[in-house]
Design a protein around this ligand. Structure first.
Ligand SMILES: NC(=O)c1ccc[n+]([C@@H]2O[C@H](COP(=O)([O-])OP(=O)(O)OC[C@H]3O[C@@H](n4cnc5c(N)ncnc54)[C@H](O)[C@@H]3O)[C@@H](O)[C@H]2O)c1
Ligand SMILES: O=P(O)(O)OC[C@H](O)CO
Length: 325
């Protein structure tokens, strides 16, 4: 199976490194500098510095070079996915969506965007606790591969599996997507807790109550609760809420230390998906009648509508209630 990878940020590059170990892999990069550095130095110096890449990875700046792929891994940031897919040679080629976010404006999950732009393509989702640098360095990793077509899920999982990279198949595309999109927003909140010095109890409370928000939103979108309790939900939430390797967590860390979102996001090359997803998630939750106070606080901090003290105060003064609600 020839694999095309769309997007050569840290995660697309790591996935090309995985895919090339099981067959041909061609990686499309948005920036010519990335194409040059991978071709000439076998390293993505912009997005995944310090990791030697396999010379067998073909790299291109022309999406047309991905024609004839047997599957396409789509790894552009969520807010660029629609535009990039529209220019890609997709047709009936299966798409394995790897971005974690909700599209601004449409409030669509990535599978909904892909279904609109590429109506003939079968769709699968790859999501879970996976820092790109660790995957590319060959450290053990497990991930959810979700697809309604179980036979396609099995084929894709077999194609990308390695002894240190274990995909677990699932039927639940929506659950895998909700987990990945919501955990990024919550990771910003955990970074705030850390940056503001609120302690480990507060961080554990945010993870647990954040998971309750993720579960409520997932239920409203039709997710299987088992998916959210697995790698793509709780697994990724725990990873991203506990490490400065996370761009979302470090964004929150800066907010918690009193820096403004505008200054933290200005001129940033790497993506912190939770910043774009937070306001969309809050609006989607409001329309669905789902209570998401932590996500609301994160969105307000990013918009500069609340200080850290106000956000914390708002969360701590909510009426007492039953934990199951
Ligand atoms: N990095 C990780 O560890 C990791 C792991 C799992 C999932 N993801 C998800 O993968 C997706 C990609 O993240 P990443 O970490 O590879 O990105 P990155 O932060 O390493 O790189 C930024 C990416 O944005 C692209 N980009 C910038 N401007 C663009 C434009 N105008 N049009 C199209 N592309 C543009 C760049 O080419 C690059 O691919 C995100 O949704 C992220 O949540 C990342
Ligand atoms: O660096 P982050 O916060 O985008 O997290 C990366 C991955 O999503 C972790 O699974």
């Amino acid at each position: 199976m020839r694999i095309g990878v769309i997007g050569a940020g840290a995660w697309g590059t790591a996935l090309a490194q995985v895919a090339v170990q099981g067959g041909a892999a061609c990686l499309w990069a948005f920036e010519p500098d990335v194409v040059r550095s991978i071709r000439e130095e076998q390293e993505n110096t912009l997005y995944l510095p310090g990791i030697p890449l396999s010379p067998a990875i073909r790299v291109t700046s022309d999406l047309a070079d991905l024609a004839g792929s047997d599957a396409l891994l789509v790894v552009t940031p969520a807010q660029h996915m629609r535009a990039i897919l529209a220019g890609a040679p997709v047709g009936t080629t299966p798409l394995l969506l790897c971005a974690k976010g909700i599209e601004a404006g449409s409030m669509a999950l990535m599978s909904e965007v892909a279904a609109e732009v590429c109506p003939e393509a079968p769709i699968a989702v790859l999501s879970g606790p996976t820092f790109a640098g660790e995957v590319a360095a060959g450290l053990p990793t497990a991930i959810t591969l979700a697809c309604e077509d179980a036979a396609l899920a099995d084929r894709l999982a077999e194609r990308i599996a390695l002894p240190h990279f274990r995909p677990y198949t699932s039927h639940d595309v929506i659950g895998a997507e909700v987990g990945g999109a919501v955990k990024n927003v919550l990771a910003i909140g955990c970074g705030v807790v850390e940056g503001a010095g609120l302690g480990r109890n507060a961080r554990a409370a945010l993870i647990a109550r954040g998971f309750a928000e993720m579960s409520r939103f997932g239920r409203a979108r039709g997710a299987d609760p088992a998916t959210l309790a697995g790698l793509a939900g709780l697994g990724d939430l725990v990873l991203t809420c506990s490490s400065e390797q996370s761009r979302n967590f470090t964004l929150g860390l800066g907010l918690g230390r009193g820096q403004s979102a505008a200054s933290l996001l200005a001129d940033r090359r790497t993506v912190a998906e939770g910043a774009a997803t937070a306001p969309v998630l809050v609006e989607a939750a409001r329309r669905a009648g789902v209570d998401m106070p932590i996500a609301q606080a994160v969105a307000a901090l990013i918009a500069g509508e609340m200080t850290v003290e106000e956000a914390i105060g708002a969360l701590l003064t909510r009426p007492l209630k039953n934990e199951a609600q």
